[in-house]
Design a protein around this ligand. Structure first.
Ligand SMILES: [Zn+2]
Length: 415
């Protein structure tokens, strides 16, 4: 256990926060620090074809150790941490045999990690937890995934009696700012399918995410002295208000869950002359996603008829539900499920109410469900990681390699 803890700590103590304002890749220079270390670590455990390209993408190979032709599979995670909370000077603390009570993260500021607020904590009673000192995030998202993949590869290298096909490993920068897949060379990676190891609690297995679009709506008005405005003034703020009033009231984030889609207005600004609205549209179902976008355009068109073309609208697709790409190769989900069950982990399959790098990669030709990395409360000071979950993730990765070989699947089933 100490080995995996040490490896994890060696990664989270390197600051690798990404920055959405930057236009370079990686978005921050400091991400190179961990990228270089990871490339070196992959080499030192005996991985082959280790490459670190000029955008910070790392790839490596574990060669097949059996005769037959087996699909090439991959494991992917990201080494940047969220810009939402500081990742500088992370001081992880290991709590052996967690007693199920409140954990004092920061004495002076009375910052508590408490099972009465974070109920999932209770299920880890008796296990070893890694927590923060209350001033930074932990970085288990996704350095837990990285630690697990490297540890699983090391285990396979040291136990050659476990037969497997060619395995590819990919580590990316900038996932937290939505760009982790942008420069991922799917062809160079050369896998038939892959798994992102970037989920939260033990058992998570995800292959559905939102279809996503953004909409930018502008209303143009006419400013006239309010005392003499009758029949002349057009108030852009009122126009935008009328549009908002016509949207389905209950189809918003605060009233939806599971597979229910929504419209979400996240920015509103304006004056009499001009008002602007920024919105996102989300839906798991492709047909109702298209209907939502059409509804918005129809509303704008009908308001334009009444108000002499005062509105303009721009709708942009952002990403799509990977389920479309996973369903035709559903055995890749079955393999992950079987791997979890065979090491005593109950799969928790649920739709992601967001997007993942895996969804982008799936549309780039690399079907890519997501499996758990084990941490909780990502992107903040309450982030924690049960070490036993991390060890189970290692077992699951090893099992996926083993089961893929035993299934006797033909390679290149990629479509
Ligand atoms: Zn992540």
């Amino acid at each position: 256990m100490q080995h995996i803890i040490d490896r994890f700590i060696s990664y989270v103590t390197i600051d690798s926060q990404s920055d959405p304002e930057s236009e370079t890749t990686p978005s921050t220079k400091k991400q190179w620090d961990i990228a270089r270390k990871l490339a070196k670590d992959l080499e030192s455990i005996g991985m082959e074809e280790v490459s670190l390209d000029n955008k910070g993408y790392i790839m490596a190979t574990l060669a097949s150790n059996c005769e037959e032709a087996i699909p090439v599979i991959g494991f992917i995670s990201h080494y940047d941490t969220s810009p939402d909370f500081s990742g500088k000077d992370v001081k992880p603390r290991v709590i052996p045999e967690y007693d199920g009570k409140d954990i004092v993260l920061h004495e002076k500021d009375s910052i508590l990690l408490s099972p009465s607020y974070f109920e999932e904590l209770s299920q880890y009673k008796g296990q070893t937890l890694i927590v923060t000192d209350g001033t930074t995030l932990l970085g288990a998202d996704d350095k837990a995934g990285i630690t697990e993949i490297i540890t699983a590869m090391e285990f396979l290298i040291r136990n050659p009696e476990i037969k497997h096909g060619k395995i590819r490993v990919g580590f990316t920068p900038d996932e937290e700012i939505g760009r982790g897949a942008h420069h991922f060379d799917v062809e160079k990676f050369g896998a038939d399918w892959a798994y992102t190891v970037d989920g939260s609690q033990i058992g998570e297995l995800e292959y559905e995410n939102f279809n996503a679009a953004s909409a930018h709506i502008t209303a143009s008005g006419k400013s006239v002295h309010p005392g003499y405005a009758k029949g002349k003034m057009v108030n852009a703020i009122s126009l935008i208000n009328r549009l908002i009033a016509q949207l389905p009231e209950k189809e918003v984030p605060e009233h939806t869950e599971g597979r229910e889609g929504f419209f979400h207005i996240h920015k509103l600004s304006g004056s009499i002359e001009q008002a602007e609205l920024e919105m996102i549209i989300r839906d798991h179902d492709l047909e109702s996603f298209e209907k939502r976008k059409a509804l918005l355009k129809e509303l704008v068109a009908s308001l334009n008829l009444e108000n002499e073309a005062c509105f303009s609208i721009e709708v942009k697709d952002q990403y799509f539900n990977m389920k479309e790409k996973i369903t035709p190769v559903f055995h890749i989900v079955e393999i992950a499920k079987e791997a979890m069950e065979s090491v005593g982990v109950t799969p928790i399959i649920k739709p992601i109410r967001g997007g993942t790098d895996g969804s982008q990669l799936s549309y780039m030709g690399l079907p890519c469900p997501n499996i758990f990395a084990g941490g909780h409360n990502f992107h903040g000071k309450y982030e924690y990681l049960p070490v036993q979950s991390m060890m189970k993730a290692v077992d699951v990765i090893v099992k996926i390699c083993e089961i893929t070989r035993n299934k006797k699947l033909q390679p290149h089933e990629r479509n």
